[in-house]
Design a protein around this ligand. Sequence first.
Ligand code: ADP
Ligand code: MG
Length: 230
Amino acid sequence: IRQRLAKADKIEAVSHLSAAISHEIRNPLTTVKGFLQLLGEQNYPDEKKKEFIHISIQELNRAEEVINDYLTFARPAFEKVEDIDVEKELNQVLNVLNPLANLNGVEIKKKYTPGLVISGDRSKFIQGFINLIKNGLEAMPNGGELIVQTFRTGNVVHILVKDSGIGMTEEQIARLGEPYYTTKGQQGTGLGMMVTFSIIRAMRGKVEVKSQVGIGTTFHIRFSNIVDDK
Ligand code: ADP
Ligand code: MG
């Protein structure tokens, strides 16, 4: 079992996050525009036309994936500070991901301690956990179990996300959160964990990862910005 704490310096490297993302979206758009121009200018053989269209759709899918990882819930320009009802928002995350869980035959188990509230930007919290839990589900293409657990010790709220998926090697754990690092080829953006880490860091949270190839992965997140009963 390997462990590490999320390193702040890694995220420092992506302080130009928005610039990187707009680049990631602009590239595919430029490609698609180019192909549409070609199609408009000349009468290509059907074979070629099909190829141009195929590549264009792939490129648009890619742009869509980047937007999913980055912008679905988190509006980068605004940083709100609000009460986050941990159970409620985690349930919302699991609702969004329910179709993927069903598709992969994953059973989701919730082990919540009720009444935990922390402070932060609710939509970013949701985005961060969508990216994290989505990876867990994607690590179990042939089914498995995903456990989402919450509890409190002192002034710390703990959130654990545990999957019984493919797991990670030491090298993979070390590279987690590096921009564009993915083992999913065309299916991956390598942006999800970078976004998750930067959101958790903005909330002054800590992430610990334990993973074993073929056994599964556990993310343990600790938040100290607890909101006590008013
Ligand atoms: P993407 O999902 O687009 O590949 P991410 O930044 O979300 O990009 O994840 C980066 C990589 O980290 C993944 O490609 C995968 O190799 C690894 N990873 C993240 N979470 C898990 C997990 N729960 N189980 C196994 N591998 C994971
Ligand atoms: Mg991902």
